[in-house]
Design a protein. Structure first.
Length: 538
């Protein structure tokens, strides 16, 4: 399961944070992944990847402004490679045969990416992903509309609107209803005495499954089941009473306690082998170093070398040596998956599930060779093993859950809880979000009959600004320090726009010129319905 997500960068800065981050991931992750899916299909192999594309990312992938900007960005990279080709060539001012070889490697690579975007996919990579979902090669999942941290939202109307807007956007882009979702940040809140669990709003939106971390499964407890009609055939399993059980693992899927929504947990060892900074494949010294760039062109000419090597002492990158390691690492991973499933079969007598989930941007963007590794793993699993590779819903249709589970509060963050998003650095953000949530409920309730009028436009834009304000990216970036000031400015910008639109509506005097300025920048989810923020009745 590859979870693809970026914050809303459209017209919100360029470098070091902003649109350029989107362009880099398009070039290094999203287009190469689509190419790999296509190339496997041409070989007669359906990749059977489950590819999550968050709604706010899909909106940006489809945006004309960003697609024009991407073309200009890649043309700039091509020119930088050409300049380096001259600089490091025999007649250049810094002749270097090794760097010349790499400059030509990048020149060819960027030219191919531009041709892929413009010609192969017609400037519409979402259409490419849709094509391969329609062909049965992949399954595309959704998420919260703007990747909000669901457990910390104050109102159920916000949860409802996050997932309803997500489903509506998915149907617009992919022509069908999504089956599954990635919970933003894997953040789960179980039911309490006053509120339902997060899964209620997945179920209400017609979503049938989501993913979680291995420790959340291990820390859960099973519940007894009764048979009823359900989403994966004629039989589903709904709980009637809790029954504690130890030793739960991720080799099977489970239903949630109150709704027939399935959950699959990431297999810890199979995931750790890839993403671990210490032991994962991307840390191999032959792979490209992400952090060191040529001081003039910005191209990557160095390899990781070792985990203890400082940036000034990195060795030169060799694409050829990296390719050898991709083959070796993919061989190892295929063997690991086969061994884990074989051991499970021997110990239980039952076939098992291994679900591994990663951020898509790990592959290609951070780990330059990662997309090629994925392609090799899929090809070798199909060719050399008895392992069946399936999309998430295919697995659930074939092996519907036989048990239900009560999950604990959890996320992928430090300590498995919520402190990455709620801590001393970010606690000031949440009262602002909560106040805006309650304000939006009041506005939706008091202005229910203004469709087609200017005030209706202002309310729809206010709904967009609230969704953008709720993005989990802002507190995350503050906590990690990766882009603290940028995140604070973005948060305050969406807060200011929401408050300005709210004031317009309440005053009865909507400034159309100012409204149009805001709409031109934050134009996501054109079909959004502000009435979805009406207070929930159930």
């Amino acid at each position: 399961m590859l979870h693809s997500h970026l914050p809303y960068y459209r017209k919100a800065g360029m470098w070091p944070f902003g649109e350029e981050s989107f362009y880099e991931c398009m070039a290094e992750s999203y287009i190469p992944l689509l190419n790999a899916i296509s190339e496997l299909y041409d070989e007669g192999i359906k990749a059977k990847l489950t590819v999550g594309i968050t709604p706010i990312l899909a909106e940006q992938m489809a945006d004309e402004h960003l697609n024009r900007g991407f073309k200009q960005f890649i043309e700039g990279r091509i020119q930088a490679a050409k300049d380096d080709e001259l600089r490091y060539g025999p007649r250049g001012n810094s002749p270097n045969p090794t760097f010349l070889h790499l400059a030509r490697f990048y020149l060819s690579w960027f030219q191919q990416i531009l041709d892929d975007h413009q010609t192969r996919w017609g400037g519409n990579i979402l259409g490419g992903y849709r094509k391969f979902q329609d062909l049965g090669a992949i399954e595309i999942t959704t998420s919260g509309a703007t990747h909000a941290f669901s457990p910390l939202l104050a109102t159920d109307s916000s949860l409802k609107c996050q997932f309803k807007t997500a489903v509506d956007a998915y149907k617009h882009h992919f022509g069908r209803h999504p089956k599954g979702a990635w919970l933003p940040e894997c953040a789960y809140r179980p039911k309490s005495s006053t509120r339902a669990g997060v899964e209620k709003w997945l179920y209400k939106a017609g979503l049938k499954y989501f993913f979680t971390e291995s420790f959340a499964i291990a820390g859960g407890q099973t519940v007894e089941l009764r048979r009823d009609f359900g989403p994966y055939g004629s039989i589903a399993y709904l709980p009637v009473a809790a029954r504690p059980e130890t030793g739960l693992d991720t080799f099977e899927a489970y239903y949630l306690q109150d709704y027939p929504v399935a959950v699959m947990g990431r297999h810890e060892q199979a995931g750790y082998q890839v993403w671990s900074a210490e032991y994962g494949y991307p840390g191999d010294g032959n792979y490209r170093e992400f952090h060191k760039k040529d001081d003039r062109s910005g191209l990557h000419y160095w390899r990781l070398t070792s985990k203890s090597t400082d940036l000034g002492s990195k060795d030169i990158y060799s694409p050829e040596a990296a390719s050898v390691r991709v083959r070796e690492n993919s061989d190892h991973y295929v063997g690991l998956i086969q061994q884990l499933l074989t051991d499970h079969l021997k110990s239980t007598g039952q076939p098992g599930l291994i679900m591994v989930s990663f951020d898509t941007e790990l592959f290609g963007h951070w780990w330059f060779e990662g997309i090629t590794w994925i392609k090799e793993v899929i090809r070798k699993l199909r060719t050399y093993t008895a392992v069946t590779v399936q999309t998430a819903s295919e697995y659930l249709e074939q092996c519907p859950p036989k048990r239900a589970i009560e999950l604990p509060e959890s996320s992928w963050g430090s300590g498995g809880h919520w402190q990455v998003w709620l801590n001393s650095q970010t606690e000031w953000m949440w009262p602002i979000i909560h106040e805006a949530e309650h304000s939006m409920e009041y506005l939706a309730k008091d202005y229910q009959d203004v469709d087609g009028r200017l005030v209706g436009r202002a309310l729809r834009q206010a709904a967009r600004e609230l969704l953008l304000l709720q993005s989990s990216d802002w507190p995350f970036l503050v906590t990690t320090g990766q882009a603290k000031q940028y995140a604070i400015e973005r948060f305050k910008t969406h807060q200011g726009r929401f408050n300005e639109l709210k004031a317009m509506v309440l005053s009865g005097a909507v400034d159309e010129r100012k409204l149009k300025e805001i709409e031109d920048v934050d134009n996501c989810f054109p079909e959004i319905c502000y009435k979805c923020f009406l207070p929930t009745q159930d």
